[in-house]
Design a protein around this ligand. Structure first.
Ligand code: GLA
Length: 732
């Protein structure tokens, strides 16, 4: 049993295999946070200290007790207006315009299984694998009630948090800010690791001390964004990949978010993860409820590598769904960097023939097959096949592709409309816009109001009309701009940004139900919506529009802290690379792309016979290791931002099969030797490196490492397979 309630002192304890989370209802009914970290026994309420602090007020109920202040005490769900002046998890504007919500304990419920969230993606688990705690809090004056939800996945060392905010009072209220998780630490210095970026350069790691003041990351772009990923890690000062305590907070949401980290006047730390408060004023009439998206929490004392393993497993087993969750993914050949908009049916057919000869499973027809879409200035919204351009019907084209023994996939961008489109001419009011103002354009396209069901239904019907035309086995769902003009013809109550995201989820839910066998890959100009919310519907996401192998190493490195390798769409593209102009060998490009759901994004017709032969070998190589890559534990063995080489490792769960991947990032004269230390092996096991036949102890590979070959040339790369051969006796 993961959840315990101790009646005498009203303490809730949430236990996973290696962690404990604890909180308590105190004498005044406030829900105070006691502890989150490595597993402990007993009640941690001795950590609470009381002291008369100047300018930290006392709740009326405390009577003359000047030592009791919510400004100082650690809390589970701090709301504005109660005398806590730190960042709030909740801000409510009441019917009388006051901003106050005084939440006190009402009741709780513990049950088997994991709670669900209406309209939102969330971690799921069987009744055996999870337990739920619901704590109901209420403000007696306004009638606002907050149901705090805690999910405990004992074996995964994962705890989830969410909140449902209900207006059970008489007057309408507005939710101005709502988080799903608050972590208060009464002691300790923590670093905040966050993942910033930009289009084609996503998820760079930044590590900074949480200092006095408040540091926030977030998105106002309508999507989770390229700029800040909705996830952070809190780590001790000395925490490394292999050692030390660290916490992860991962928001399961694809829209505007905010994460705030603050060190207060007494050196206490508060971290909040939740909805972005800008562009959000969510009005709730009597009887209405707002569901705050979930935050996944993880803790380990074994360093960042172990935290990643926990998050990867949670996402692979409890977020991703559908048939492809557990299936090897097809190796793709995507038409985008092969032909951009310049293709016809023959081009796609030719790519299919090439794919067949290279052992590639699927051809994806990217942007440009519909409406009037010869470039990116027109046509979005007109989801009718451009048969004139293709020179045949979609059905015929798919049959030709399938006839080569190759599967067929297609690109769509359902949320968008071009002003130069039939859809926009007929329904200009379907695009988000502020009356009386001209919209902000981006890539010359506008955003459809997906908070409106009628808009979604019409687009859904059009898209299904295409998907029903033939044997389409894959869809790439794209979203190519940040949202602006956040206002809806439908309501003016500050709900659009949130309702839009729920609209996208609703559409995806219907799509996955109607096409349960179809693989959907998410995309937003590459990794602009790379989050756990999307992974609930699309088990893989195109990681970045940057296919340069060197840049990709760093993008994939940052991504790997939280998201599993199976989620990372990664392709080999042509050289010079279209984003950077850099030339990297075909072999190195493949080693990098094999750290993901693998494919190609080039025109094989432009390759030499030798290169084609090399690709055949690469596809064979990938297929050999595909399941190890997809399901194995992943370890980062170097920091490619600081070190001269990049190295990572895939390891089977029993640690008997290992794939080591190394790429040199620098070349110099008279180079020192690069030694790569492996991880997660069995110390007493002997491993054989398949290529050389050399044998090593697991302990040696982990303590001293393997020397890499001394080869001249830029960006050399190696993949080495190591297979366990038995206990130590076989090496003596
Ligand atoms: C986005 C995607 C690309 C490609 C183009 C098509 O940029 O990330 O992979 O699909 O759109 O317009």
């Amino acid at each position: 049993m993961g959840i315990h309630y101790q009646q005498e002192n009203r303490v809730f304890t949430l236990n996973t295999t290696h962690t404990t989370y604890q909180m308590k209802v105190d004498a005044f009914g406030f829900l105070l946070h006691l502890y989150y970290g490595g597993k402990i026994s007993g009640s941690m309420d001795y950590l609470l200290t009381y002291c008369d602090r100047g300018f930290s007020g006392n709740p009326f109920d405390a009577g003359g007790d000047r030592a009791y202040s919510l400004d100082v005490l650690p809390q589970e769900y701090p709301a504005l207006g109660t005398g806590d002046y730190r960042n709030s998890a909740l801000v409510i504007r009441n019917g009388d315009a006051s901003e106050c919500c005084d939440l006190r304990y009402i009741s709780h419920r513990i049950y088997k299984g994991k709670y669900k969230l209406k309209g939102l993606p969330a971690v799921y688990a069987s009744e055996e694998d999870a337990e739920t705690l619901e704590i109901l809090l209420g403000d007696s004056v306004s009638g606002v009630q907050v149901k705090l939800l805690y999910g405990v996945l004992e074996e995964e060392d994962i705890i989830t948090r969410s909140a449902e905010i209900s207006n059970c009072g008489k007057e309408g209220i507005v939710v101005e800010k709502a988080a799903s998780a608050c972590l208060d630490f009464v002691t300790g210095d923590l670093d905040l690791l966050s993942f910033w970026g930009r289009h084609v350069m996503e998820r760079n790691l930044q590590r900074r001390e949480i200092a006095h003041g408040s540091f926030a990351i977030g998105s106002r772009r309508g999507t989770s964004s390229h700029q800040y990923n909705p996830a952070v890690i809190l780590a001790g000062k000395n925490t490394t990949e292999e050692h030390g305590g660290c916490y992860g907070l991962l928001f399961v949401y694809s829209g505007n978010f905010m994460c705030e980290a603050e060190k207060d006047q007494f050196g206490q730390t508060r971290v909040l993860m939740g909805l972005q408060s800008d562009l959000f004023h969510y009005s709730l009439e009597r009887g209405e409820t707002l569901v705050v998206p979930e935050t996944i929490l993880g803790y380990t004392d074994k360093g960042l590598g172990q935290l990643s393993v926990q998050f990867h497993r949670c996402i692979m087993r409890h977020i991703c769904r559908g048939r492809f969750r557990d299936l090897p993914r097809p190796v793709l050949l995507n038409s985008w960097e092969a032909a951009y908009f310049d293709f016809d049916g023959d081009t796609i057919h030719r790519l299919a023939k090439e794919a067949a000869s290279l052992g590639i499973d699927m051809v994806v027809m990217d942007d440009g097959w519909f409406g009037k879409r010869e470039d990116d200035n027109s046509g979005l919204g007109d989801w009718q096949v451009n048969e004139r351009k293709l020179g045949c019907s979609l059905k015929e084209l798919i049959e030709k592709v399938n006839g080569c023994g190759v599967k067929f996939g297609i690109w769509i961008e359902p949320e968008m409309v071009s002003e130069d489109s039939v859809l926009y001419q007929e329904h200009p009011d379907w695009a988000l816009g502020i009356p009386g103002r001209k919209p902000v354009r981006s890539r010359n396209q506008l955003v459809l109001d997906f908070s409106r069901e009628d808009v979604r239904e019409s687009v859904f019907a059009a898209i299904c009309g295409v998907l029903d035309q033939g044997n389409i086995e894959y869809v790439k769902w794209d979203m190519n701009r940040s949202i602006s003009d956040v206002y809806s013809m439908r309501d003016q109550q500050g709900k659009v940004a949130y309702d839009y995201v729920l609209g996208v989820y609703d559409f995806l839910e219907k799509l996955t139900r109607r096409y349960p066998d179809m693989l959907i890959e998410g995309c937003s100009g590459g990794g602009g919506r790379f989050d756990a919310g999307m992974l609930y519907y699309t088990p893989q996401i195109w990681c970045s529009d940057n296919t340069d192998a060197l840049d990709r190493i760093r993008i994939q490195y940052g991504t790997s802290f939280l998201y599993p390798i199976s989620a990372v769409g990664a392709h080999v593209s042509a050289v010079p690379n279209h984003q950077t102009g850099r030339g990297v060998s075909l072999g190195t490009r493949a080693v990098v792309a094999m750290a993901g759901a693998f494919g190609y994004e080039l025109d094989p017709g432009k390759l030499t016979d030798e290169e084609k032969e090399e690709i055949r070998g690469q596809v064979r190589q990938y297929k050999k290791y595909q399941e190890l890559i997809r399901k194995g534990d992943y370890y980062r063995l170097s920091d490619p931002f600081r070190e001269a080489y990049a190295a990572w490792q895939f390891t089977s769960e029993n640690a008997e099969w290992v794939l080591l991947c190394v790429v040199m990032l620098e070349a110099h004269g008279n180079m020192p030797v690069t030694y790569v230390r492996l991880r997660g092996l069995r110390e007493d096991m002997v491993y054989e490196e398949t290529h050389s036949g050399k044998r090593y102890y697991g302990s040696a590979l982990m303590e001293a490492g393997l020397p890499m070959p001394m080869e001249q040339g830029e960006y050399r790369a190696w993949q080495m397979e190591l297979v366990a051969k038995g206990q130590d006796s076989c090496l003596r």
